[in-house]
Design a protein around this ligand. Structure first.
Ligand SMILES: [Zn+2]
Length: 182
């Protein structure tokens, strides 16, 4: 790191410095922002692109940094993620599914767009009971736990009630239980 351009602008990043920054931001506003821009210009190694490069070059250090940051801010981060998930349920669902799949080590990945396609394909209705879907759940026709894939061809949107009733049952067994024969 080279020396700072201005003594007024503290070095980041550390918790203490951030508190100080916040105070300064409130006090000096625009002046502080201008100072910061000047500092960034005078210290090009700390700009975004370089930080990105550093992260790529030293993934282990980066991971350690992320872990440390997460440990120190887990409550705040979880709350933020929960709020984001609430505001964007379809993204939250897609990412929850991806996580489930990662944990089980299955192939395939479905994105928000694919799920939206599926919704259009099903004309917005539950693929089992044909109720118009106000709220849907992404179901694996053949459950992951039974070796089903995470490919879009193995996905359907069910209403919450149908999904609860289906659970991890074999799809044929479940259909027969609900009075349908193949
Ligand atoms: Zn249904």
């Amino acid at each position: 790191m080279s020396s700072r351009a201005s003594a007024n602008v503290p070095r980041h990043p550390s918790g203490k410095v951030q508190v100080q920054w916040k105070r300064e931001r409130e006090k000096y506003g625009d002046k502080r922002r201008a100072d910061h821009r000047a500092w960034m210009k005078a210290n090009p190694e700390s700009n975004r692109a370089n930080v990105k490069q550093w992260r790529k070059k030293y993934p282990a250090k980066r991971n350690a940094q992320t872990a440390k940051h997460y440990a120190a801010n887990s409550g705040r981060i979880k709350a933020r993620d929960r709020a984001y998930g609430k505001a964007h349920p379809e993204i939250g669902r897609a990412s929850a599914n991806r996580r489930r799949v990662r944990l089980r080590g299955c192939g395939g990945e479905h994105t928000v767009e694919l799920i939206n396609d599926l919704f259009r394909l099903q004309k917005g209705k539950c693929s089992n009971c044909k109720t118009v879907l106000a709220k849907y759940e992404v179901d694996h026709v053949m459950p992951l736990i039974r070796g089903g894939s995470d490919d879009i061809s193995n996905l359907q949107l069910l209403c919450v009630r149908c999904n609860r009733s289906k659970g991890t049952r074999d799809p044929y067994e479940w259909a027969q239980r609900s009075g349908r024969l193949f």
